[in-house]
Design a protein around this ligand. Structure first.
Ligand code: FES
Length: 163
């Protein structure tokens, strides 16, 4: 891990002002920000670990824990909230057996809630793997989960066939 980290830092010349791009590169490499990488980064570019965590937790794009293969984000902004987003959230919590902000133990799904996504007229909005789905209902959410499961099975089958 340290070798990869050194390569990333080298790109930015150990410049502390490049902390955000360095963190972006680390996240791109591991798909999250591993604690060991942040500790090593702190030593390598001489930035207090507390400052690194402050930056890493400030930006929602950073994740401090491993993320699922599928990302689900449900808008809980006012317009979506009044159009029954809380019921959809509760349904997904029951179905996935995780709370918002968590990842399923099999690393299949990460689920979080977000504030207004700027497309209120289409609310409630569920974003699945970057794709926006409007006028969300519990039935539609279930359908999206089924499609993601199907996609996952196909991917695993293709991988198994290739081996
Ligand atoms: S409140 Fe959900 S998109 Fe604006």
């Amino acid at each position: 891990m340290k070798k990869k980290l050194k390569e990333i830092i080298k790109k930015y010349g150990s410049n502390r002002s490049f902390l955000v791009p360095i963190l972006q590169d680390i996240q791109r490499e591991y798909d999250y920000l591993p604690r060991e990488a942040l500790n090593a980064l702190s030593q390598l570019i001489d930035i207090p670990i507390s400052h690194i965590y402050t930056v890493a937790t400030f930006y929602k794009a950073f994740s401090l824990s491993p993320r699922g293969r599928h990302q689900l984000s449900l808008c809980m902004g006012t317009a979506c909230h009044v159009r029954k987003a809380p019921q959809i959230r509760d349904h997904l919590v029951r179905k996935l057996q995780i709370e918002p902000g968590e990842t399923t133990p099999d690393l299949e799904y990460s689920f979080n809630t977000v504030n207004c996504l700027g497309v209120c007229a289409l609310g409630p909005i569920l974003v699945a793997d970057g794709e926006y789905h409007g006028q969300m209902t519990i039935t539609k959410a279930d359908k999206i989960l089924k499609e993601l499961e199907k996609k996952e099975r196909t991917t695993k089958k293709v991988a198994a066939d290739e081996n």
